[in-house]
Design a binder for this molecule. Sequence first.
Ligand code: GTP
Ligand code: MG
Length: 294
Amino acid sequence: MIKSGYAAIIGKPNAGKSTLMNAMLEFKLSAVNPKVQTTRNRILGIMTGKDHQLIFIDTPGILEPKYEMQKFMMREIWSSIKEADVIVYILDAQNINLNEVKKIEEEFKKDFRRVPRLVVLNKIDLIPQENVQQKMVDLRDEFGFNDIIPVSALTKFNLDTLKARIIELLPEGDFYYDPDTLTNKPEKFFVSEIIRENILSLYQEEIPYSVFVDVREFKVREATQKDYINVDIILERESQKMILLGKNGDMIKRLGEMSRKGIEEFLGKEVFLKLFVKVRKDWRKDSRFLRSNF
Ligand SMILES: Nc1nc2c(ncn2[C@@H]2O[C@H](COP(=O)(O)OP(=O)(O)OP(=O)(O)O)[C@@H](O)[C@H]2O)c(=O)[nH]1
Ligand SMILES: [Mg+2]
């Protein structure tokens, strides 16, 4: 019997959705960072076994959208849930707000009552064992969650149990993708994500959130030659340019070096990476820009 289907990983920003998907795939596919709102688009991570194909959908964190880009991000979440055969709802064990869980529950009850759902209590490496039990009891009493799986996506604790449980819930059916396929997004997308992930680590405050990384050109060359990658880093305001470049261009140089190494590791090949900094005023509020780029 072959089982195949989509498991949407959803939850608040920073709950560990991308870390969980990467851990399951045993491949660093999706960007991870301690800052919130790392993931902006949904990303498929495809895991194929002899008798199953489990397609994870990593999604942006659920939040109250404050501007246009966040509305686009929320649409990515709800459309992922619509495609899902299983919903993997992930909570950060260190930081559970029952009122917020309640709100999200109401949304589910409205539209997605029939989709099977697992609750994952993540980051249990950060709290004492007794508290894990107590939190599971609280969640059961408060919301009737019966299927709660405590895990640590970081240390990979209990992920086999979670995987087996998701596969149990998948419908019977043939593979959707070729068994060798890992994701639905082109390499170009991951190149831009590696750069954005490095921007999240290197810069503070609004810079990471004001940045859009556009891979303009990606020339794949023969194995003996380096690939050529030409990237625009788009900011919202002129004043952010100086911060991104840094004194004497130090910061952008560091960004370029870190990103080149990350891209080379990802592609398994040497590359030329050229970064250009541009401004597109308030692009995050610009529906036209977002429609053509998201
Ligand atoms: N200690 C610990 N840290 C974790 C665990 N899972 C994730 N993290 C950390 O939590 C932070 C956020 O992880 P992400 O995977 O980026 O979280 P996310 O839910 O994808 O976040 P957004 O994309 O912003 O919605 C990172 O610093 C991770 O290393 C865990 O099980 N234990
Ligand atoms: Mg993420």
